[in-house]
Design a protein around this ligand. Structure first.
Ligand SMILES: [Zn+2]
Length: 307
């Protein structure tokens, strides 16, 4: 069954690529999340990008070719039975076109692989959103709307994890960072933050689904609260009625019921006849006010205590 996260990624992968500056930022983040360097003797460096989503693989290829039509790519699919999934591999061949492209994307500096920051790609607001979209497509996950709110980006290096954490924090997101074995996980747990992130990267529909599910959860919690209050009221009424009946039985056993004034006797008989009703209903049956009934019941209990 496709997960909510993969649905979101599929939808995002179909969105139109924006400006060249943003395409560069998105591709850089995508590749950083899922690529490893491949060396090709004598030809410089290429890259190998892995993803579990076919749509994401197609988007990487489209972005690569938008940036440089000369770039050589190939795609392969591998089954990973132990993970019960398929992995799509995009190979960027080392060659004359790859080096300038990888340099532009911040992977190479003077021919060497670089593990620096992507600050140069993140100067503009439009590019920051595109970069985060790339990070989500390359290594993001989000809980389905019915579950608790959680969105995370899993980075394979500490530099990248810390970079994403800092970027989100500077953008005002309540973001957390944790390491899971050799992975660095940047996460959002607040509903508003998860929705803001998804809207920012262009997944408005997913953000709306989460909002709808959250409203349903809120209404359900409200109903539960009301039911609990009602249950507590019923329990209190039952306890009170039990106390009253115990007092009445004590008076009856002592032969003191007949000696009570007319109004109290009527109340005691009414209560014995209707042990399950509330005080308000008892008051209505005796045609008196609730406070009048409360007063009578207090007197009955006091009389029983004297026994
Ligand atoms: Zn831009």
């Amino acid at each position: 069954m496709p997960s909510f996260a993969s649905d979101v990624k599929n939808a995002l992968s179909r969105t139109d690529a924006d400006r060249v500056c943003c395409q560069t930022a998105e591709l850089a983040a995508l590749l950083r999340m899922g690529a490893s360097a491949a060396t090709d003797a004598g030809h410089g460096r290429g890259l190998r990008f892995e993803t579990t989503g076919a749509a994401v693989a197609r988007r990487v290829i489209r972005l690569l070719h938008n940036m440089d039509a000369e770039i050589e790519t190939s795609v392969a699919m591998e089954r990973r039975p132990q993970l019960r999934r398929r992995i799509y591999i995009v190979n960027i061949a080392a060659g004359t076109a790859a080096t300038p492209l990888l340099t532009r994307l911040g992977f190479l500096e003077e021919g060497e692989l670089r593990a620096g920051t992507d600050m140069a790609l993140l100067r503009k607001k439009c590019c920051r959103a595109a970069y985060l979209r790339g990070a989500f497509l390359g290594g993001g996950s989000v809980n389905r709307p019915e579950a608790s709110c959680h969105l995370e980006l899993t980075a394979r290096s500490e530099t990248l994890g810390r970079g994403l954490h800092m970027l989100l924090r500077r953008m005002g997101f309540p973001v957390g960072l944790t390491d899971r074995r050799d992975l660095y996980v940047v996460y959002l747990k607040e509903g508003d933050a998860v929705m803001d992130f998804l809207s920012l990267i262009g997944a408005e529909e997913a953000a709306e689904e989460i909002e709808v599910a959250r409203n349903v959860k809120e209404v359900r919690a409200q109903v539960n609260r009301l039911v609990n209050v009602e249950m507590a009221n019923v329990r209190r009424a039952v306890d009170a009625a039990a106390d009253q009946l115990a007092a009445i039985e004590r008076l009856a056993a002592a032969g003191r019921l007949e000696a009570l004034p007319e109004d109290l006797r009527e109340t005691a008989e009414m209560r014995r006849a209707h042990p399950e009703i509330s005080m308000a209903e008892l008051a209505a049956l005796c045609h008196i006010s609730k406070s009048g009934m409360s007063h009578r019941l207090r007197k009955i209990r006091a009389a029983a205590e004297e026994v």
